[in-house]
Ligand binder design. Structure first.
Ligand code: URA
Length: 425
């Protein structure tokens, strides 16, 4: 095999063979195919696409580049959720213990944030003492103790994806549906979950800006999961405005705890319960209903066990930013749009996110939204509060927010429904 032949095949719009794909992914992981060659191939794939067979083979090759986890020692089914990422998307935090409280195991390998969307591990790390890195044995112990574990993926899981994703990030080849789908699904399949629910976000704050592209990504991922024996369902959900009222690591943990205590913003509660029902149904578990588990405290109990089992103190005070600034409503009326991307960008500039992988995040930084689309506001009332450790950050965050909201006479008719579509095998 020769890397140039593989590149030329895809450059000329032809189908890559099973042998070509298995070889190129393996050789790239071992360093035999150079970064510049894989960059050219990734660009050829971005421009010419891959069909279902090729995407399946590509995903298989990435799974085979590392270990596939196995939870067969557990006595109940496993189920997981993956979100393509959004602003204020803290759903994993209440969802994992909620599903555990309803009778399934949730083994979730998660990531850190880069750019304007936050990462689940960054959020959980704002809890004093909580540890993201666990060995496989520790993961199993946390699962047995709490029913759910959320931790960082080790280096042994789909190493080909780790290397390729870093390359795509700097070569303009992230936005390819076959590459995104195989990247996400190789990690989720290698994680060993028996069932998977995908939350594919749509709108300005998401990877996929429109419903058609999101539907294509969802369909591709559902087919990949199904072909690999994982019961997979996808929901397309709104990310044209932020989810809930809190954007930023510790702020989002506090909101997740409100949901587990039976309160919290209605959209966060609705999506958490909907995804929990989907995860349980996909795993074939028909025990307690998630709404009941939020009301009777059993989801909160599972949360506390999960946090303690990973070294965290669920009763410790969460970090609070040193400085805050209120943004007043410039007029009275109905809040129409509230742009998710701009709010995410502002939170990032306040210190909630990182510009480079090595950067630290500020746990207390972010935005509290006092009004959400559809709410009536009065002139001068606080629309949102910005939180940061350094006052110098406020000016650039306010710049990002300029034009991010509209106050008018009626709600925005173009606002997406919270759940837009459901894609099944
Ligand atoms: N998330 C991933 O894990 N991979 C992608 O390619 C895009 C988003």
């Amino acid at each position: 095999m020769d890397a140039i032949d593989v590149i030329v095949t895809k450059r000329d719009g032809r189908e890559l063979s099973a042998e070509q794909i298995a070889w190129v992914v393996d050789a790239y992981t071992r360093g035999e195919v150079a970064d510049e060659q894989m960059s050219a191939l990734a660009m050829a794939i971005l421009l010419n696409g891959m069909d279902r067979r090729e995407i399946g083979r590509w995903t298989e090759a990435m799974i085979r580049s590392g270990a596939r986890m196995d939870w067969s020692a557990l006595d109940r089914p496993t189920t997981d959720k993956h979100s393509t990422g959004g602003v204020g998307d803290k759903i994993t935090l209440p969802l994992a213990p909620l599903v555990a409280a309803c009778g399934a195991y949730v083994p979730q390998l998660s990531g850190r944030g880069l750019g304007h969307t936050g990462g689940t591990l960054d959020k959980l790390e704002s809890i004093p003492g909580w540890r993201a890195s666990l060995s496989n044995d520790e993961m199993l112990a946390v699962l047995r103790e709490a029913g759910a574990v959320v931790c960082a993926a080790g280096d042994g899981l789909a190493p080909a994806d780790k290397k390729l994703y870093a390359l795509r990030d700097v070569t303009g080849t992230v936005e390819s549906i076959p590459l995104i789908a195989s990247s996400i699904m190789s990690k989720k399949i290698a994680e060993g979950t028996g069932a998977l629910v995908l939350d594919v976000k749509v709108g300005s704050g998401a990877f996929m800006k429109n419903v058609e592209a999101a539907r294509e990504l969802a369909r591709t991922m559902v087919d990949l999961g199904t072909d690999h024996g994982v019961t997979t369902v996808a929901l397309l959900t709104a990310m044209d405005r932020p989810l809930g009222r809190a954007v930023g690591n510790a702020l989002e943990v506090a909101e997740a705890v409100e949901v587990l205590a039976g309160g919290g913003p209605s959209d966060v509660v609705e999506l958490t319960v909907r995804l929990a029902r989907e995860m349980l149904a996909a795993a074939g578990v028909s025990g307690k209903d998630p709404e009941d588990a939020l009301k009777d405290g059993s989801a909160m109990d599972a949360w506390r066990r999960m946090i303690v089992a990973q070294g965290g103190d669920p009763d410790a005070a969460l970090p609070v930013a040193a400085e805050s600034v209120e943004v007043p409503a410039p007029a009275s009326g109905v809040l129409g749009k509230l742009d998710a991307y701009q709010v995410g960008l502002a939170a990032w500039r306040l210190g909630a996110g990182r510009a480079r992988k090595e950067d630290a995040v500020s746990f207390g930084a972010g935005i509290t939204l006092h009004a959400r689309p559809g709410d009536t506001v009065r002139e001068g009332q606080a629309l949102m509060t910005l939180h940061a450790d350094e006052p110098a950050r406020f000016a650039r965050a306010l710049e990002a927010l300029s034009g991010s909201y509209v106050i008018g006479e009626t709600p925005d008719p173009d606002l997406l429904p919270l759940v837009i579509d459901r894609i099944t095998a």
